[in-house]
Ligand binder design. Structure first.
Ligand SMILES: [Zn+2]
Length: 503
């Protein structure tokens, strides 16, 4: 008898016993207790059987500083299966939250997103990522019996690009009546510096993730992915999603990557490849700035349009790829600093892809943070290192009001505290969003596949859901998903780090 058959038989025996137990119940209460026992027995039998699955070889997780470190390795199907299995509790928690945010904001039901994932995105996904996504669904199902299938997982993976890019474009095309006010999001504050700007002359990269707090509080995974093909990757990420998606990471060949979005970007190419696939592929396979650019341009669908901040630790060169749909621009230097806070700067990109964006309005969050980045980086020229970067990511100087205030205009965003909200992203007053976590590294750390990360607001303050909702009942629809977002300590992670190193 093979191991697989023996395991299957063991499951059948356990199930049979459990069913007998169930039939033996007399009173309603007993029956219910027995049913619960059946459920628990099935779950435990399933888990026990799956633990022996060869696809799980080598994977592990541990928690530290509010983060979950996850090591995945092997062929695409195994990486996906490990991901779905080892993060099953977090995926089951994240899926209702993220799908609620997508359906609420886009005013489309989940069937719409599943159909879009199946018909528009899936056929253009490279086979290896199809296998990985299928693996996520299978691993999740194997662990919990979840009914989510691969199209749910694909739709979830495109949470940054379908509602605010595709649906916004679709509504315009079809002149959808009563269409919601959808705007491309303003995600993140970041910079990359090199040469005479940094303390050691090598690259320093830093990023804080801006998003709504529902998603942000769950954006707590550090993925260490060692694929059979391509380079090893260390990146932050979201449960169930195969790309970093806020994007901070590097690969073992020396490429360092982050980004911030382009405010008021408009456009979509339904024949293009999903952004989440291109961005994952670029991190996995690009060994240079040119290769990265080439992969991102191949099948550009306009989804999640970003200013990519790139570094190559082998050469010390950094670059900014402003990736519109109709236009794009690449700047590169071996001595300089490139910052991002959701503004486009190339005249052609602005004109063709973000026509509503006003770069001169200093009141808006993107432009106010642009001014602050320029001040802060210029003040610290020649001194920039990871410690300083950590400090900058928690900065609260509002360049427009010229004062310290936790609001929507500061590098460490607190839009929940702003009576203005951020209209250019369709974030209403006191929108529960802002900077939700942060990461930083230098070239030496990237070479050793290490990064530092802080969960929660990078300044270290906590967000408390209950008093917020009491003060702002207009956001009560988020109550089932909105949780406290506690700030953790700055914490170091290293690829390949074993569980015994965990506290
Ligand atoms: Zn802050």
């Amino acid at each position: 008898m093979s191991d697989a058959m023996r395991r299957a038989l063991a499951v059948v025996i356990v199930l049979a016993g459990a069913v007998l137990l169930w039939f033996s119940g007399h009173a309603d209460q007993e029956a219910q207790a027995a049913r619960n026992e059946v459920d628990a027995t099935i779950a435990s039998a399933r888990e026990h059987a799956v633990e022996q699955d060869p696809r799980l070889h080598g994977t592990y997780r541990f928690e530290r500083g509010g983060w979950i470190f996850v090591h995945l390795e092997g062929d695409p199907a195994s990486i996906g299966f490990q991901h779905g299995y080892i993060l099953a509790p977090e995926i089951e928690d994240a899926f209702p939250a993220i799908s609620a945010m997508m359906t609420h904001e886009a005013n489309r039901d989940w069937a719409f997103f599943r159909q879009t994932a199946r018909e528009m995105l899936w056929p253009k996904i490279d086979p290896e990522y199809q296998q990985e996504l299928q693996g996520v669904a299978e691993g999740l199902n194997a662990r919990t019996g979840s009914q989510l299938d691969v199209y749910d997982i694909v739709a979830m993976n495109s949470f940054e690009e379908l509602p605010d890019y595709y649906v916004a474009w679709l509504n315009k095309q079809k002149k959808t009546p009563n269409a919601p006010n959808l705007k491309s999001p303003g995600n993140c504050s970041a910079f990359i510096a090199t040469g005479s700007w940094t303390k050691d002359g090598k690259i320093v990269i830093a990023h804080n993730n801006w998003t709504n707090y529902v998603n942000g509080e769950r954006w707590r995974i550090i993925f260490d992915i060692q694929p059979t093909h391509g380079y090893r990757m260390l990146m932050d990420g979201f449960p169930g999603v195969i790309v970093s998606n806020d994007d901070f990471g590097f690969n073992s060949d020396g490429l360092m990557v982050t980004e911030t979005t382009i405010t008021q970007f408009e456009g979509w190419n339904p024949n293009g490849k999903a952004e989440f696939v291109r961005a994952r592929k670029a991190l996995q396979y690009a060994g240079s700035i040119d290769e990265y650019t080439k992969i991102m341009l191949d099948g550009n669908n306009g989804g999640y349009a970003n200013d990519w901040l790139l570094g190559d630790r082998k050469t010390g060169e950094i670059a900014q790829l402003e990736l519109g749909l109709k236009a794009y621009k690449l700047w590169r230097t071996k001595d300089g600093v490139l910052a991002g806070s959701n503004w486009a700067r190339d005249p052609k990109v602005m004109k063709q892809d973000a026509p509503a964006f006003d770069p001169n309005n200093r009141e808006t969050s993107p432009n106010a943070r642009r001014v602050r980045w320029e001040e802060l980086l210029n003040q610290n020229k020649g001194k920039i290192d990871v410690a300083l970067a950590q400090h900058m990511l928690g900065d609260h100087v509002d360049s427009f009001q010229k004062k310290d205030e936790a609001n929507e205009r500061v590098l460490c965003g607190h839009v929940d505290a702003s009576p203005r909200g951020v209209a250019v992203w369709a974030w209403n007053p006191f929108y529960p969003g802002g900077a939700v976590q942060a990461k930083a590294a230098d070239a030496t750390m990237a070479k050793e596949m290490r990064l530092v990360a802080r969960m929660g607001h990078p300044c270290g303050t906590d967000f408390a859901a209950k008093p917020f909702l009491a003060a702002h009942p207009e956001y009560n629809w988020q109550a089932p998903y909105l949780r406290d977002m506690k700030a953790g300590p700055w914490t170091e992670f290293r690829a390949g780090e074993q569980q015994e190193h965990a506290k």
